[in-house]
Ligand binder design. Structure first.
Ligand code: 6PG
Length: 249
């Protein structure tokens, strides 16, 4: 698998290491282009990280004021819905860190249709992020989780969005969830300067072993195997998720 992986005895040690990377990337981005553009993942693993980041982090106020929060994906539900990633991030990070409200960019609002939300986010990304030579928005950091089916963001197995090669963000009806999702596409994820994948717990161990033991040019079995950024890729694993990995993986 691409990138470098770190295995941590417990989830708290994982969060400490990830917070250090967040700080380093943020400071470098602010020096380079005056802002830190980060896309957050949904799910339970990142949830606790956001809470710690807001409450205990050594990130100074200047850094928070230059930080722009985006979403890697979102469920197409009201922002106060229990399934909303925006609600989860608001409860854990936005309500506790000194972020500027105008720097928090929700991905979905019931004020607009799914397609209108996608168009608005695409415009936002092009207007606020640096663009690469192909005019693709470049995040400083994209945080990703991984589901037990190998999905990441809202890029699920056997969905068309996996093959999106023009749009930086798109909508996808996910049959098995019977729900609409909006997600960054691999085009944008792979244009990022840094991508950090957070995977914890025994339930992910088997699929992780499959992914890490796959031959370099093997057929892609899981969506997360399409994460291959031009920038830096780091896998943050706990021992429970990594216990089936071979040392040389
Ligand atoms: C979402 C996420 C999704 C999540 C993984 C891992 O909106 O659900 O973006 O990709 O990160 O499913 O979730 P857990 O950390 O809860 O296993």
């Amino acid at each position: 698998m691409n990138g470098s992986s770190q295995i941590f005895e417990n989830i708290d040690a994982l969060y400490v290491a990830l917070e250090k990377q967040w700080q380093l990337v943020a400071r470098a981005a602010i020096v380079d282009h005056g802002a830190f553009h980060v896309a957050l993942a949904g799910g339970s693993t990142p949830r606790h990280f956001y809470k710690k980041l807001a409450q205990q982090s050594a990130i100074d106020e200047h850094c928070w004021h230059k930080t722009h929060i985006y979403f890697g994906d979102e469920r197409c539900v009201p922002q106060d819905h229990p399934d909303s990633n925006y609600r989860m991030v608001k409860e854990t990070l936005l309500s506790a860190a000194p972020l500027l409200p105008e720097h928090v960019h929700a991905m979905f609002s019931t004020d607009f249709s799914v397609e209108q939300n996608v168009a608005r986010y695409e415009t936002l990304l092009h207007d606020t992020l640096p663009l690469d030579v192909k005019r693709c928005p470049v995040f400083d950091l994209v945080l990703l989780g991984m589901g037990e089916d190998g999905h990441t963001a809202s890029l699920f197995p056997d969905t068309e969005i996996l093959h999106e090669s023009v749009k930086p963000v798109a909508a996808q009806f996910v049959q098995k969830l019977e729900a609409w999702r909006i997600s960054l596409t691999f085009l944008t994820i792979n244009a990022a300067s840094h991508v950090a994948v957070l995977i914890a717990g025994d339930a992910k161990a088997k699929i992780l072993a499959d992914i890490f033991s796959a031959e370099k040019d093997a057929v892609v079995r899981y969506p997360i195997q399409q994460v291959n950024p031009t920038g830096q890729l780091d896998w943050y694993l706990d021992t429970a998720a990594a216990h089936l990995l071979n040392v040389q993986d």
